[in-house]
Design a protein around this ligand. Sequence first.
Ligand code: HEC
Length: 140
Amino acid sequence: MPAPFRYSLILLGFVLSALGLSTCRDDSAGEPSTAPAAPPPGVVGGVDTLTGLIAEGDYLLVKGNCLACHSAKLITQNRADRQGWLDMIHWMQETQGLQDLGPHEGPIVDYLATYYAPEETGRRPPLGDVEWYILEQPTD
Ligand code: HEC
């Protein structure tokens, strides 16, 4: 292979990879896949002030993928396990035009099922310090 041709191939390689890199960066704008170590701006008391989402784990993925059509309240007011969240996501995909979340689906469902899990304890705390007694049946 003549040298100039080889060099232009190498150059073409560089140009292509630079293009590839920049489109990648565009795709992920606003959707970092991992949570930063330090609390990002806009987080107070572990809550994202703009959305009310619990600012833990992959909440930025939820922020980036879930708020185009409705407020975050719809999310923060809901509780479900993994399957429940998956069902809601699939329902939105089938009927509401929610995009395929691709590799983000897993982390998003993990986040939702972790921080917006069903409340198993209910609202009333368990009774403590109760003196139980046997209820006598009336005999007549
Ligand atoms: C393409 C638009 C769109 C996107 C993006 C979207 N949703 Fe929705 N979602 C809807 C619509 C429309 C409704 C129904 C709203 C209503 O009932 O008022 C809905 C309802 C919901 C509900 C309430 C479901 C119920 O049973 O009450 C939850 C929870 C929810 N979305 C979570 C999410 C999550 C999590 C994401 C990100 C993965 C997301 N949404 C992204 C359109 C969208």
